[in-house]
Structure formats: C-alpha cells, structure tokens
Design a protein around this ligand. Structure first.
Ligand code: SF4
Length: 300
C-alpha cells in the first residue's frame, strides 16, 4: 500500500448538514444501486468497497489529527450495503484507532437494511452504529417505482421498524416534487401514511433539482416527465406536514440549498406555525422568482 498523509476520498463527498462535526471515513465509494432516475450525486463514480488496509491507513491519519473523535460518518451513498460481518470488523477497527468514538453513521438504502436480521442490527447497535440517514424520498409506490428506487412503501415500514426494534435511531429524506406535475398531493398523502408508521428523529425535505447528468433530465427533454411547479411543491409540503401523524415528535428540516424558502420546526408542537408560514408563502410567492432560484442551483 502506498503510504501517504492524505485520506482516501473518491468522487464527490456528501453528508447531511447536521453531520458537520463528524469525522469522515471512506468505507465505500459511489452507490451500489445507482439507478434512481433523478439522481446524479455519484455520477461517474463506480461503486467500490474500500479494502481494510486502506481504511486502516485513513484511521491512522485521523488518529493523529482527531484522537478524541466522538462520531464517525462513513462516506459514500450506502456503506450499510456492506455485509454484517464486514460492518462488525469495521466497527472494531474504528474502535481500535479511535477508542472515544460513541457512534458511527452514514447513508443507507432501505434495501441495505433488508438482508440483516433484527439480531444482527442489535449487534451493530452495540458496536456503535446509530443515527443512520436513509434517503426514502417518498412513501408513494407509484413514485418509488417511477423513479426506480428499488423498494416499496411497505419495505420502508418493515425495515425502519426493524431498526427501531434494534435500538437504532435514523433520519429520513423526503424529496418534494418527485412525483411530478399534478401528483404532489397524492405523493404527500401517501407518504404521510407511511411515515406515520415509523419513528425517524428528523425528516429532511429536499426539493427536487434535476441536473443534466441524471436520467430524469433526459426524460424531461423528451417530454416524458413534467416537473412540479414551485408553488405546487409548497402546497405539497403543506399537505405532508398536515398529514404526518407520527407517534413520536420529530424535527422537520426543509432548509438546504434546494429549498428556496427555508423552513424548520418540531412536529407536532410547531405544526400550526409551519402550516401558517407555508400559507403565507403560497399567498405571496412568485413562481418565476422561485424557478429562477432553482435554475441557479449548481450543486446540492
Ligand atoms: S438516490 Fe441514493 S440510492 Fe438512488 S442512485 Fe442516488 S445515491 Fe444511489
């Protein structure tokens, strides 16, 4: 192995904004699925699991710069596609170099949760895996199939409940506008029914921004898909918020660059305020201005 003083990072690195203080470690790169039609996040990066020698090299570097690190964020689209055995080995290796680490997170697909049993997830929780970020995107089967997500709404419930039973906390993402023009209300209502059966601690709302590298962009050019207007998306978000009836409180974060008007709050406590803010936005927003904002977004 070539000895360098730099960590291995392949392609574009993404992490949720609330992971800003976590140590980044590459265990996989790219996405093992890489078929969602709207997605260009890992365009041009082939999926690869990092050899353990490479991970160990990176941990040695982290050990020198951040020996007291408390949380590790595994980069790549879905490091949790690694087998149970590999995740066990990885957690033990992380602890060997960073003994103060309390927990380890990363992005996961619903289909990464499926092959592991409840007991295996409980083991992984004991080894520190927690606060996983899952890009569910929608709970509407028509939208999930149309976008080639590779799982159903029922899978979301079953696999998230499995994590809950294992004591693993997770947050999920809703992709506002994904169902396309005229379908926002259906997407919001169907998704709210599914999300109301699980217990994420955060629901992040990202608004669909289509980049030229994605398959969906080509479909739009061919007239096979029509994007939701910005005003329809505000209405969709309002419908989602009105219909989310989870057993436990959660934070709604709609404040990334993809959201032209940022909105955050705790539900159910602040549901009324969020709905009122959205009503005010809907009454005063101009489609042209919001669309211009979206067309100016160069990266998420
Ligand atoms: S949305 Fe997630 S799972 Fe789908 S291709 Fe992109 S990174 Fe992979």
């Amino acid at each position: 192995m070539k000895c360098t003083t730099e960590q291995h990072f392949t392609g574009q690195i993404w992490r949720p904004p609330f992971e800003a203080n976590s140590v980044l470690l590459q265990a996989t790169s790219g996405c093992s699925h890489n078929k969602c039609t709207f997605c260009s996040l890992y365009h041009g990066t082939k999926f690869r699991a990092s050899p353990f020698a490479e991970i160990e090299h990176d941990l040695q570097i982290i050990q020198r710069s951040q020996p007291h690190a408390r949380r590790v964020w595994l980069t790549g689209a879905n490091p949790f596609c690694l087998s149970y055995e590999k995740l066990v080995e990885l957690a033990l290796l992380i602890r060997e170099y960073l003994p103060n680490v309390l927990n380890i997170g990363g992005f996961a697909r619903i289909s990464d949760i499926t092959p592991k049993t409840r007991a295996e997830w409980a083991d992984l929780r004991r080894l520190g895996y927690d606060r996983i970020s899952i890009g569910t995107e929608s709970g509407d089967d028509l939208t999930l199939a149309r976008m080639n997500k590779g799982y159903t709404a029922r899978d979301i419930v079953e696999q998230c409940v499995k994590l809950q039973d294992a004591g693993i906390e997770y947050n999920i993402t809703y992709l506002n506008g994904l169902a396309g023009a005229g379908n926002g209300t259906r997407n919001a209502i169907e998704t709210a029914k599914i999300y109301s059966q699980i217990r994420p601690f955060i629901i992040s709302v990202v608004s669909l921004t289509v980049f030229p590298e994605s398959q969906l962009y080509a479909e739009i050019q061919r007239g096979e898909y029509a994007e939701s207007s910005e005003l329809e998306r505000l209405q969709e978000l309002k419908t989602l918020i009105e219909n989310l009836m989870l057993d436990t409180p959660f934070t709604l974060l709609a404040n990334t660059v993809s959201n032209p008007i940022p909105l955050t709050g705790v539900i159910p406590q602040e549901r009324g305020r969020l709905v009122r803010e959205l009503e005010t936005m809907i009454a005063s927003a101009h489609e042209d201005e919001l669309r211009k904002y979206r067309e100016g977004i160069r990266s998420l």
